[in-house]
Design a protein around this ligand. Sequence first.
Ligand SMILES: NC(=O)c1ccc[n+]([C@@H]2O[C@H](COP(=O)([O-])OP(=O)(O)OC[C@H]3O[C@@H](n4cnc5c(N)ncnc54)[C@H](O)[C@@H]3O)[C@@H](O)[C@H]2O)c1
Length: 256
Amino acid sequence: MRLENKVAIVTGAGRGMGNAMARRFAHEGAQVVVAEIDEASAHQTYEQIERRGILVMTDMSDVAQINALIDKTVARYGRVDILVNNAGVTRSLGFFDVTEADWDWMYSINARGLFFCMQRAAREMVKQKAGKIINIASIAGKGFRGTSNIAYAGTKGAVIAMTRIAAAQLARHNINVNAICPGATRTHLYETIQQELIAKRGVTAEELERRMDASIPLGRSNSPDDIANMACFLASAEADNITGQSFNVDGGLVWD
Ligand SMILES: NC(=O)c1ccc[n+]([C@@H]2O[C@H](COP(=O)([O-])OP(=O)(O)OC[C@H]3O[C@@H](n4cnc5c(N)ncnc54)[C@H](O)[C@@H]3O)[C@@H](O)[C@H]2O)c1
């Protein structure tokens, strides 16, 4: 087991890739802290991992709740080995449709919450002289033109930049910070965006899926397990000498 006895926090662990990562980490021997805003899906994940960890209801847009998440983890386990900053939100918006409220909503979770969670978790990792932080960015942060909206792409660009700076500033404490940039990944978020596009463009779900798959060099979108595979590697000792990187998992949609 690659993560035996490690303590791993996964934010947004209720659904989608967060759920897949929580299940994979538990399977690999970690104690998983399920951090989630949605009660029903949080409990579902917690049962799926056979309560191998703790459940801490957390709104990632609220720094006080983020601090409480780390405090509860440390109170229970005495340390934080792995943080996966996965919780993220978006919706389909044209350039002229983005409002201040949309901007604040996406930045508060995807960028601001992600930073303060890294900062608070790193305070513990510094004491341990070890830690692995994995930020879930997106190929949108590298300029993928099919992004759900421009503000979302900005939040993910911020994640990629912060991953590099955090890696540089935490390296001397033996803390690795990397990002994963998923391409199209079949989750609840993805389904919601697809439904919004179907309504806007008047195409069928099958046609939208066909066009997306045709644009991907390897010919298919991700399953959440594709992301869990990369996250598990980055969280493990196999990735001990990797930091500051942002890895695309996207079937070849974006090259850089
Ligand atoms: N699905 C894709 O195609 C895709 C592509 C690139 C990047 N991503 C990124 O991957 C990450 C996971 O997305 P997903 O597709 O699994 O989405 P999802 O909506 O299926 O799951 C996201 C989870 O985060 C939770 N969440 C939302 N707001 C929260 C908050 N304020 N506090 C705590 N939890 C919160 C949700 O309840 C949900 O369980 C996000 O950061 C997203 O931006 C997704």
